[in-house]
Design a protein around this ligand. Sequence first.
Ligand code: ADP
Length: 461
Amino acid sequence: MLNRARMPDRSLRFGLLLRLGPILAVLFALDAIACYFTSLYFANAVYDRWMIDDTRSLAQAVRTENGRTVFDLPAAGLQVFQFDSVDKNYIRVTSASQGLLAGERNLPNGPPVALGKVGIAYATVNGERVRIAGTRIAPTPNDTVTLEVAETLKKRSTLATEILLGMIAPQITLLAIAMLLTWIGVARGLKPLTDLATEIESRDQDNLAPVLHNGLYRETRVLVSRINELLGRLGEALRAQKRFVADAAHQLRTPLAAVMLHAERAERAADKATEQDALRALHRSVERAARLSQQLLALARAEPGATSTAELKPVELGALARRVGEEWIPRALQLDVDFGLVVPDEPVLATGDERLLTELLSNLIDNAFRYGGPSGHVTVTVEASPVPRISVQDDGPGIPAEERQRIFERFYRMPGSGGEGCGLGLAIVQEIATLHQSTVEISSGPDDRGSRFTVSFRRPA
Ligand code: ADP
């Protein structure tokens, strides 16, 4: 169960908008600034052209009379030039030889211009910024006249602001539509995920069937594949666990029933000898139950679901064989088995879990001792090539070819097998080998006698 209280309960949609919103707002502000300056540029271009035309029109009124330069524009005409309901307009006509011919004397100087050319610049009149355009003509070879027209900037900024406002309204709409589309789009994009969540939520706990990929995007398909892989592994672990519990319950029933039987027999025994006999049988049954539970646990540890608990690291097989071999010496002496170990001088490395490999080797040696028969020969051999491998050989009755597959099955015992076995030893060996991606082969010993179990490992990377 997820701990909802600790998780921030923010939706992906909201999160996306929260990230996208400020970015869009900044872009919008930058766009508005750019838009304002572009509008201003064009407003300036239009009004500047008019002012330049004005200077040229004024130049038409400059004439020469008896060698003198005159500016021949009646006051009414000048008023028309200067009329403007929004901005203040100024003009100045100055002759180089005769000084001011018309207009404001105190107008600041316009841009320096060459004869016949026009120029335009910013200036300040009575504390107000103006645009000032000027041109210079030569009515006579001895005189030049400068004509200047100035105008305050109100119209220009009003026009730029109006253009800006005209553009901002659709942009705000656009921004709102973009946010709305993001909101809807994210919801649509997430639908496969919400469907997936609903599907998983509505399942009962035993349903570990793969989730369907229908209509999912590539990115979500990867997620679904991983979930399905996990479900697969979970299913496998669950099946293994169920099988283990069923096996354990079933297999322990017999020895436990025997324990109860012998205990009752001991209780009811009429004489000491019967009681002793019942107690000995009880002891054997308890031993059997203990061995069985120990083997069941070993099997559970080696099962595929337990892979994550295995600690795979480099293991020196020679040292492992020596250590495990030593533990079996007392038993070999007890059974009068000729127990030998053949280990090369150089280290033989394999990748594995030392504890599980000890279990594997112990099971093989145990079988060789039990089925090889008393006074037999058992040899553990470690080899480095062609691959790191370890083998256990005995000179007992051997295993017929048709049984070599079946003896690895759980609880399978070859017909006629004596002793206390429960058919789990080789199943454990097989599981441990599989977990190590190694193989177990059975062959016959020299002269077709006995059996040889060889476990071949992969070389450590
Ligand atoms: P258990 O030994 O408890 O019966 P195992 O899984 O270890 O279970 O072995 C399964 C069967 O394989 C045994 O019952 C036995 O018949 C046979 N077997 C195992 N090892 C040998 C061996 N070294 N020689 C002959 N038969 C063997």
